[in-house]
Design a binder for this molecule. Structure first.
Ligand code: UGA
Length: 437
């Protein structure tokens, strides 16, 4: 079986390389020739642990190739995965489906043998059913083109692992013939007893957004309790540990801090609300507006803390540790860390940023911040250090590491990863999110 993957961003590039690893012949397609050129040379245009090795390996074996031509993949592949982006529409909450529609249409126009199109992108419910029509209108009637929806649950930083050994696999199908093709594609995972849910289009689409909405809600839930412990005292980490012992709740995704960001959770909860609204179900997803607000208030909290600790921000030197939306990623889309850094800068602080991988992407968006290439350069002479992304090298920081460098001995731990007592004992003014100040 030959597989094409349309879109070579995080999702598509990972999926293509992992399909090659599973033994398939794969062709990745993107409309961006520069990306295709880089990938064809085995160069990954973003940071994702383990993926460059897989890419190089299968470019070398010849199992993984890249193209910009729909005509080529249409004549070649049996299964076409759509993994293009569904970003938030400018100035609105709804998802922009332009790329998904264009991919489905271009495939339909160019597929010249029986094939299955499989949507992986995160889409508003109802999209798959609307694509059936797009495909029918634009394809050659003598060719059978099936459609299935197979949402992706990979996390950045663990993309390869999540793709090769997923928690579960979901097939949204309309025709049993399409299910058997997907079973063949995922044979390896299914042999390993990965739970498989075979369902309709609508459920498959909703599973993905429901999962992300639940995760976002879990984070905002614990962050809402941070607002209480910040007022009355108490320890937010202990609270999360204690409720997390209840297996019905679980400890994961209860880490209080500066909140969620990235290319998925924020835009997915907004798109879900927008879709519910279109369906006349505004009330059903209204709670997600609150989830979003709680999340955004965390960023305000960090800025206020910085102001309070420094008296005034103008002219003060602030070291920012981390601008990626989470560790092990160079992604700064909707990054809480970058947002806070920019707001401190706009308030007049002299902001110096160090992130092990994301400086470059952050500089592309906000060139005016001072990006430096080491922790030492960021912290030397700083009046305040703000830890915003919990990279391992920051989680392991001790007062001895920073003491000789900084001016102020003030630190905000916006990810709740450092040992407050150790820092206070060393004479630091130390504040973590969720603690009373
Ligand atoms: C998320 C989901 O976890 C994936 O399952 C999903 O496939 C993906 O979106 C997607 O839709 O493509 P990802 O955006 O890579 O994955 O990142 P997460 O690991 O979910 O983290 C999201 C944000 O939440 C980060 O900013 C992280 O710092 C924050 N977070 C996470 C917390 O603030 N507290 C936590 O306890 C956990």
């Amino acid at each position: 079986m030959r597989i094409s993957v349309i879109g070579t961003g995080y999702l598509g590039a990972t999926h293509a390389a992992c399909m090659a690893e599973l033994g398939f012949e794969v062709m990745g397609l993107d409309i961006d020739p520069a990306k295709i050129e880089a990938l064809s040379q085995g160069v990954l245009p973003f940071h994702e642990p383990g993926l460059p090795e897989l890419l190089r390996k299968h470019v070398a074996t010849g199992r993984l190739r890249f193209t910009t031509s729909y005509e080529e993949v249409g004549a070649w592949a049996d299964v076409h995965f759509i993994g293009v982006g569904t970003p938030q529409r400018a100035g609105e909450h709804a998802a922009d489906l332009r790329f998904v529609h264009a991919a489905a249409r271009s495939l339909a126009e160019n597929i010249s043998k029986d094939a299955l199109i499989v949507g992986k992108s995160t889409v508003p419910v109802g999209t798959a059913r609307s694509l059936v029509d797009v495909i029918r209108r634009h394809s050659d009637p003598s060719v059978r083109i099936g459609l299935a929806w197979n949402p992706e649950f990979l996390r950045e930083g663990f993309a390869v692992q999540d793709t090769l050994a997923p928690d579960r696999i979901v097939f949204g199908v309309d025709d049993p013939a399409d299910e058997s093709v997907l079973r063949a594609v995922y044979a390896r995972a299914l042999e390993n007893e990965t739970p498989l849910i075979v369902t309709d289009f609508e459920t498959a689409e909703l599973v993905k957004v429901a999962a992300n909405a639940f995760l976002a809600t879990k984070i905002s839930f614990i962050n809402a309790f941070s607002e209480i412990t910040e007022t009355v005292g108490g320890d937010i980490r202990t609270l999360a540990d204690a409720i997390g012992h209840d297996a019905r709740i679980g400890r994961r995704f209860l880490n209080a801090g500066v909140g969620f960001g990235g290319g998925c959770l924020p835009k997915d909860i907004r798109a879900l609300r927008a879709r519910a609204s279109e369906l006349g179900l505004d009330q059903s997803m209204r709670f997600l507006a609150e989830v979003d607000q709680i999340n955004l208030r965390r960023r305000d909290r960090v800025v206020h803390l910085a102001e309070n600790m420094l008296g005034e921000l103008a002219g003060k030197q602030v070291a920012i540790l981390g601008v990626a939306f989470k560790p092990d990623s160079d992604d700064v889309r909707d990054s809480p860390a970058l947002d806070v850094a920019v707001r401190l800068y706009n308030a007049g602080a002299d902001v110096r940023v160090y992130d092990p991988k994301a400086n470059h992407n952050a500089a592309g968006r906000f060139p005016r911040l001072d990006y430096v290439d080491s922790l030492e350069a960021a912290c030397s002479g700083a009046d305040l250090v703000v830890l915003l992304t919990e990279w391992r090298e920051f989680r392991e920081l001790t007062p001895e590491d920073l003491g000789p460098l900084t001016e102020g001995r003030r630190l905000i731990d916006a990810r709740n990863v450092l040992d407050a007592e150790a820092w206070e004992a060393a004479g630091w003014q130390f504040v973590s999110l969720g603690s009373k100040y």
